[in-house]
Design a binder for this molecule. Structure first.
Ligand SMILES: [Zn+2]
Length: 451
């Protein structure tokens, strides 16, 4: 049913990128032309403009002329489980995201969950996203949580798995806290290959009564697991225009261990509460603008709140093209606030280094820095949309396309080589997506949940 763990992951080879323009996103290194980046056993061992840099014996040398190197993108909130719903969500009556999620969500079996995650992660790799926070708000059983972790490890993509309740769990029913307590014992560090850690995806005080919220929040903190929570359309207060985050701060529910998602109605006081408590925020601008309101990039940047970027879900539907998303953010913020804080370089930092910090990976990924793991993109800088050349950060945000990314390295493994996924199982996740969706829809139809 599933490939054996890591069975078709490529080996971590030693790599030398020579003559590349490195947009390192490292504040000390900056942009380096004619740079040599050396990777040994998954670690970036040197970044230099010294033309005589030593090549480790046996290393694969990649001619970087005409290429830009960028750290891999970090996506901090993505519901991988519902990726096979993308083509079924539409503008037709009864086919909106929430209706389709409710109709098809319960009919996923373990194989569907595995392949939905593999499909999304394969697309993530093609888009240069090397770290993904798998925000699972439909954990239907302990085995379901396990297949998600397995999918993430088999895909070789760095990230976090955040354990949530099953979709549509009644508000007064807590998530499976017993399995949450057992879960990490099933996945000790030696099985995680340094690629994955765990968190908890909670409904929080807006969607659950105090008793449930307190028990879930308390369990997460007792286990030392980072917490993530949506703050979107407030389900209890019609027309709500404030996120009430000051209330959460008063109740001690905010802090650096908490990631709030969306918060598009945050008031100045809410934003001040986020900044004062060091709470992190993940914004998914495309799904937010389509269904919730304007994401508050300018205000959050200005207040010093840690902001990161996310896809949310393929099923809204959308595509995880970071350049296109950042371009939309820059344009909307220019029209909405004209804030000088929202520059292409700041946006690239948000999509790389700031995302790494959000997930506690600031020392691991997010920049091309010696000592960090090798999560790298090579981008063809000779495509017409990137010419004539100028400032690389401005060019990538304003003119870049995901298809300009030709090579993607995660933890020293080449997962995309000249535009092609190197894992047969990743290719199979894509080629099998339509058939898997058809089986899922048939199952829901047979149960009377899909017409
Ligand atoms: Zn979400």
């Amino acid at each position: 049913m599933f490939p054996e763990p890591e069975s078709d992951l490529p080996e971590r080879g030693d790599l030398v990128l020579s003559g590349v323009t490195a947009v390192t996103m490292d504040p000390c290194l900056g942009d380096l032309e004619h740079a040599t980046v050396t990777v040994t056993d998954g670690v970036i061992t040197s970044v230099t403009t010294d033309a005589d840099a030593a090549t480790p014996p046996g290393a694969t040398v990649i001619d970087g002329s005409g290429l830009l190197a960028l750290p891999g993108f970090v996506d901090t909130h993505w519901h991988l489980w519902n990726s096979l719903l993308r083509g079924s969500v539409s503008d037709a009556p009864g086919r909106d995201y929430f209706a389709v999620k409710r109709a098809l969500g319960p009919h996923h079996d373990l194989e569907d969950f595995y392949w939905a995650a593999r499909f999304a992660l394969a697309e993530a790799v093609t888009a240069g996203i090397t770290t993904v926070h798998n925000w699972d708000h439909n954990v239907r059983s302990p085995e379901d949580a396990d297949v998600n972790v397995k999918a993430q490890l088999d895909a070789g993509v760095r990230g976090r798995f955040s354990y949530g309740p099953r979709d549509s769990t009644p508000a007064d029913e807590p998530m499976d806290l017993d399995d949450l307590r057992r879960f990490s014992a099933r996945w000790p560090a030696e099985r995680l290959d340094g690629l994955l850690d765990f968190g908890v995806a909670l409904r929080g005080p807006y969607r659950t009564p105090n008793r449930v919220c307190r028990s879930e929040w308390g369990a997460a903190r007792e286990l030392g697991l980072p917490i993530t929570m949506h703050c979107d359309r407030c389900l209890r207060e019609e027309g709500c225009r404030s996120c009430g985050l000051t209330r959460l701060a008063d109740e001690d529910l905010l802090g650096p261990d908490v990631q709030i998602v969306h918060a598009v109605h945050a008031s100045p006081d809410d934003i001040a509460a986020l900044a004062a408590t060091g709470t992190r925020i993940s914004l998914s601008p495309i799904t937010e603008m389509r269904t919730m309101g304007f994401p508050l990039f300018s205000e959050l940047f200005k207040a010093g709140v840690p902001v990161s970027l996310s896809t949310d879900t393929l099923a809204m539907p959308t595509a995880p093209d970071v350049f296109t998303t950042l371009r939309a953010v820059e344009a909307v913020e220019a029209a909405r606030t004209g804030s000088p804080e929202v520059t292409p370089r700041r946006l690239l930092q948000m999509a790389t280094l700031d995302g790494a910090h959000d997930l506690g990976l600031g020392d691991v990924t997010g920049s091309i820095t010696p000592g960090k793991r090798a999560d790298l993109l090579l981008i063809d800088a000779r495509t017409p949309n990137l010419l004539p050349s100028g400032d690389p950060a401005e060019a990538l945000v304003r003119q870049g396309r995901a298809t300009d990314i030709v090579t993607v390295v995660v933890d020293g493994r080449v997962l995309l080589d000249r535009g092609r996924l190197t894992q047969p199982s990743a290719q199979a996740a894509i080629s099998g997506a339509d058939d898997r969706r058809d089986v899922l829809v048939e199952r829901a139809r047979a149960a009377g949940d899909w017409r």
